[in-house]
Design a binder for this molecule. Structure first.
Ligand code: URA
Length: 435
C-alpha cells in the first residue's frame, strides 16, 4: 500500500476518497493477516458514516470478487439468471422461483444465504428437507445446473471469501446496514457465481433491513449500477415487508407452503410475488416476450411443471423427493399453540421485525452463528393488515417443541398484532418496479 493502514482509515474518517489500488490492497492485506480485525472494523465504520465514491465502491467490489474463485458457467448453454432478495420474514420465494424459472428453460444458478438477524435464510429452509445438500462443490453445482437447469448452494469458501470474513465482522460491529457495504457484498457474490442476469427483490418495511422506500431504492440502484458494470443485467422490484410474506414463518413450515404454491395453491401474496419475479427472470433469460412472461410463469405453476422441477432438484441434491407428496416426511413440532383474538376489530399493523425475532427465539433462526436451527418450529399467521378479526378467532398458531417456550412466545406473538376500529392503509405488495 502506498500509505499505512492507519492513514488509509483516517482518510475515510475525514470523508476523503481513497485510491482504488489502496482499497484492493487493504482488503487483500486483511485476508493475508497484514490488516487487523480492528483496522478493518474501523474502516467499515468510517464507510458507514461517510460512504464510498463510485470508484471506491467498484474497487471494493472487485476486491471482494477477486479474493476467491469466479465460477465459469460458459459451458452451460443459455443465459443464466439468478434472483436475490434482501431478506425478510416468511420469504420462501426462492424455493418456488428457482425451479419454476428452470422449468421454463432458463438456467438458474443460485447461491443463497443463511438466516441473518430477524430474517430467514433460503439455505436454512432447504436444510429442513431430509438429506438435501447445499454444501455443493463448484463441480457439482455446475453439473446439476447443466443437467436440470437449476442448482442451489451456500456460499462456499471459494466464493468471495473476503466478503464472508468482512460480513462476520460487520455483523458484530453494527456495520451491516450501510448501503454501499450491502451493495458490494450482494453484487460481488452474484458476479462471482457466474449469473448473467439478476432480478433483485428489495424488501421494504418493518420486517426488512431497509425500513423506508428511499433507502431501498438507493440500495437497488447501487446494485444495478455495480452489477451492470460487470456485465450482469439487473432489474429490481421493491416489495412490501410490513407483514410476513404468505402465512408460514420458520423452515419446514415454509417448505410446506412453498410446495403448496408449486401445486398452484398457497397464499395470494406469495403467488403474486413469485409471478412478478418469475416474469422478470424469464424476460431477462429471453424465453418469453414481455406480453407472455406472466402467462408462461402461471402455466408452469398450474401445470405441475415447476413442481416436477422442484422434485428433480431435491432428488439430485440428495434430498428425499417424497416430501413433495407426503408432507409428514418434513419435521413437525410436538406442540401447536393457537393464538386467538381477544376482541373484534381490524388488523391495523403487524410488528414484523418482532415476529422474526420471536421465530429466532423459538429456534427457527440463530442468535450466534454456531447455534443449531430447529427445522420444525415456527408460526402460521392467518391474518393480514386490513383483515377483520372476531373475538375468539385464530390469529396464528405457534409450532414449538418446547411447550413452555412456545407458550411464552405465543403471548408475545399476540402483541405483534395491533387491532382497532379504523381502516388501515393496506401497503401495496409491489411498491416500485425499477429498470
Ligand atoms: N446480504 C448480503 O449478502 N450481504 C449484506 O451485506 C447484506 C445482506
Amino acid at each position: 500500500m502506498s500509505i499505512s493502514a492507519c492513514e488509509f482509515i483516517r482518510y475515510k474518517r475525514l470523508g476523503k476518497s481513497a485510491d482504488p489500488k489502496d482499497i484492493k490492497e487493504f482488503v487483500q492485506g486483511y485476508l493475508d493477516g497484514n490488516v487487523a480485525d480492528y483496522q478493518m472494523s474501523a474502516w467499515l465504520m468510517a464507510v458507514s458514516f461517510n460512504g464510498l465514491s463510485e470508484d471506491e465502491l467498484l474497487a471494493y467490489t472487485e476486491a471482494l470478487i477477486s479474493s476467491g474463485e469466479r465460477f465459469d458457467l460458459s459451458d452451460i448453454p443459455g443465459f443464466k439468471v439468478d434472483k436475490h432478495s434482501t431478506g425478510g420474514v416468511g420469504d420462501k420465494v426462492s424455493l418456488i422461483l428457482a425451479p419454476l424459472v428452470a422449468s421454463c428453460g432458463v438456467a438458474v444458478p443460485m447461491v443463497s444465504g443463511r438466516g441473518l438477524g430477524h430474517t430467514g435464510g433460503t439455505l436454512d429452509k432447504l436444510a429442513s428437507i431430509p438429506g438435501f445438500r447445499t454444501d455443493l462443490t463448484v463441480d457439482e453445482f455446475k453439473r446439476y445446473l447443466s443437467k436440470i437447469g437449476v442448482a442451489m448452494m451456500g456460499q462456499s469458501a471459494d466464493l468471495c471469501p473476503a466478503d464472508g470474513r468482512i460480513y462476520a465482522l460487520r455483523d458484530v460491529t453494527a456495520t451491516v446496514s450501510s448501503i454501499p457495504l450491502i451493495a458490494a457484498s450482494i453484487s460481488s457474490k452474484k458476479i462471482a457465481e457466474g449469473a448473467e442476469g439478476l432480478v433483485l427483490d428489495v424488501k421494504v418495511g418493518s420486517g426488512a433491513f431497509m425500513t423506508d422506500e428511499q433507502s431501498a431504492e438507493l440500495l437497488a440502484r447501487e446494485i444495478i449500477s455495480i452489477t451492470n458494470r460487470f456485465n450482469v443485467k439487473t432489474t429490481s422490484v421493491l416489495t412490501d415487508m410490513n407483514q410476513p410474506l404468505g402465512r408460514a414463518v420458520g423452515n419446514a413450515v415454509e417448505v410446506r407452503e412453498a410446495i403448496a404454491c408449486l401445486k398452484g395453491q398457497g397464499p395470494d401474496d406469495l403467488r403474486k410475488i413469485v409471478l412478478e419475479l418469475a416474469a422478470r427472470m424469464l424476460l431477462l433469460g429471453g424465453r418469453s416476450d414481455a406480453e407472455n412472461t406472466r402467462a408462461d410463469a402461471i402455466a408452469a405453476l398450474d401445470s405441475g411443471r415447476a413442481l416436477d422441477k422442484f422434485r428433480e432438484m431435491v432428488r439430485i441434491q440428495g434430498g428425499d423427493p417424497r416430501i413433495v407428496d407426503d408432507s409428514s416426511l418434513l419435521s413437525h413440532a410436538t406442540h401447536d399453540i393457537p393464538i386467538v383474538a381477544e376482541s373484534n376489530g381490524v388488523v391495523q399493523s403487524v410488528d414484523t421485525y418482532r415476529i422474526g425475532m420471536l421465530a429466532v427465539d423459538l429456534g427457527a433462526g440463530r442468535r450466534r452463528k454456531e447455534d443449531l436451527i430447529d427445522p420444525a418450529v415456527g408460526f402460521e399467521i392467518y391474518k393480514k393488515i386490513g383483515d377483520e378479526v372476531r373475538e375468539g378467532e385464530a390469529l396464528a398458531t405457534v409450532h414449538a417443541n418446547d411447550e413452555s417456550k412456545g407458550l411464552e412466545v405465543a403471548e408475545e406473538l399476540e402483541d405483534c398484532f395491533e387491532t382497532g376500529d379504523g381502516s388501515p392503509n393496506v401497503p401495496p405488495l409491489i411498491i416500485k418496479r425499477l429498470a
